[in-house]
Design a protein around this ligand. Structure first.
Ligand SMILES: *Cc1c(COP(=O)(O)O)cnc(C)c1O
Length: 424
């Protein structure tokens, strides 16, 4: 084993260090295995019930009427999430698009949107109009209100009580911290928040941004009262095989309203060609619990490696996981660069290129990104990125297999060691 790792650029000392850390993680990994086993059964149950067959792997074009695969897949998703309905479409480009479709479909002029869990994901700022943007919800007369989290990262129930009013139509809750420093929420916490909001106003629609959260737990936000649960297929539920896509699972009413925005009023979910993606959507969903498990193991491995070497990590080495993102504070630009170069060098695709920081639109400092993915931008595949500014945080996620995730982290450590930024 040491020899093959050596051929891949990992020194015996880095390999040994990794082995020690991995050995101690066995009880954690066993828990991830059990969750994945449960979720694999949940998906299989839905696939058996809906009689998935080879006929579902056919393709449709044009309007896409009578697409058996699309209709069956949407039932499989709905049954897995325990919802009345779901749309799962290649026409939904990504998570932001899915969330925008759900919001635009369910809000009307004069309504108010409330985020009781602080600032939403960056890309939603332009959808909502927090940052002025052409075609935002704000331009359609939909107001936005936000209640920030308490300093300890929990919900400010008193302020939320004051924020819900006669205009409040939809409440959006983001499960994963994304690229913030707050903790990610457990499904249980989200359930408590939804129950509280509904006790104030029973007819308010509760939507959960489930990006990066699918299959991390045995329950999903849809099991604890969410009217809409929304996510991206180039994250967890696509299992690494979906080449594009997003989903909205929820009540029939909410999903139908969203579908009128996804296509247009009158057509809704009746149209939508699948253009050959059906098999990869089914197969990816089938694999998703296992792929998510691998990403979780990789995240916990990274937390334990870097915490042991003295770097601050969020979540820490022992905390329960609510998503697959791992943040490591590297403290220096050289450290951040070395980490990302390691992840890139370990990739199955584009391993020979060197990531460089660049001035990305919308960011106030250069950003470095490492990803060598089969699907462009897929962050269920092993990837890392961070802004080139203090405290030089890197956000690390994914890995289609635990073995690849492990190699990526060892490679990042090797690069830090080669630059003499750490000592083992
Ligand atoms: C990734 C992500 C999104 C946006 O998804 P894209 O596919 O990048 O558009 C939204 N919310 C959260 C929490 C995410 O992690």
């Amino acid at each position: 084993m040491k020899e093959i790792y050596q051929q891949l650029g990992i020194s015996p000392e880095v390999y040994e260090f990794g082995q020690q850390v991995e050995e101690e993680l066995k009880p954690r990994f066993w828990e991830f295995d059990r969750t994945a086993e449960y979720n694999q059964m949940k998906v299989l149950l839905a696939m058996r019930k809906n009689r998935v067959s080879a006929a579902c792997f056919g393709s449709s074009s044009g309007y896409g009427y009578d697409d058996l695969g699309r209709e069956t897949l949407e039932k499989v998703y709905a049954d897995t999430f325990h919802t009345e309905a779901c749309v799962v479409r290649p026409q939904i480009t990504c998570g932001t698009h899915a969330l925008a479709v759900a919001l635009f479909g369910n809000l009307r002029p004069g309504d108010e949107l409330l985020s009781p869990a602080g600032k939403p994901y960056d890309t939603l700022e332009e959808v909502i109009g927090i940052r002025p943007s052409d075609g935002s919800l704000a331009e359609y007369g939909i107001r936005y209100r936000q209640v920030d989290l308490l300093p300890d990262g929990t919900f400010d129930y008193e302020k939320i009580r004051g924020a819900v009013n006669e205009r409040t139509r939809l409440v959006t809750i983001q499960r994963s911290k994304g690229y913030q420093t707050r903790p990610s929420f457990s499904v249980k916490q989200i359930g408590e928040l939804i129950a509280f909001v509904k006790s104030l106003k029973p007819d308010v629609i509760c939507m959960v941004d489930n990006c990066y959260g699918e299959f991390v737990d045995r329950v999903e936000p849809s099991d604890v009262g969410a009217d809409m649960t929304v996510g991206s297929l180039i994250k967890n539920p696509g299992g690494g095989l979906a080449p594009v896509g997003g989903y909205i699972a929820g009540t029939r009413e909410c999903v139908e309203r969203a579908s009128h925005r996804m296509t247009c009023p009158g057509l809704g979910m009746e149209v939508g060609p699948t253009l050959g993606v059906n098999q990869s959507f089914f197969q990816g969903f089938f694999l998703a619990p296992m792929v998510t498990k691998g990403a979780l193991k990789s995240a916990v491995f990274a937390a334990n490696i870097y915490e042991r070497l003295g770097f601050p990590v969020v979540p820490d080495s022992t905390e329960p996981r609510q998503d697959i993102i791992q943040a490591v504070t590297l403290g220096t630009p050289e450290g951040l660069l070395a980490f990302c170069k390691g992840i890139q060098a370990a990739a199955p695709v584009d391993s020979y290129v060197d990531p460089e920081p660049w001035d990305m639109p919308g960011y106030d400092s250069p950003v470095i990104m490492a990803a060598g993915a089969f699907v462009q931008g897929s962050s269920i595949e092993l990837s890392a990125d961070g802004p080139m500014k203090p405290p030089y945080n890197v956000y690390f996620q994914g890995g289609l297999t635990w073995e690849h995730g492990k190699y990526g982290i060892l490679m990042s450590l090797q690069k830090l060691l080669d630059k003499k930024l750490v000592t083992l």
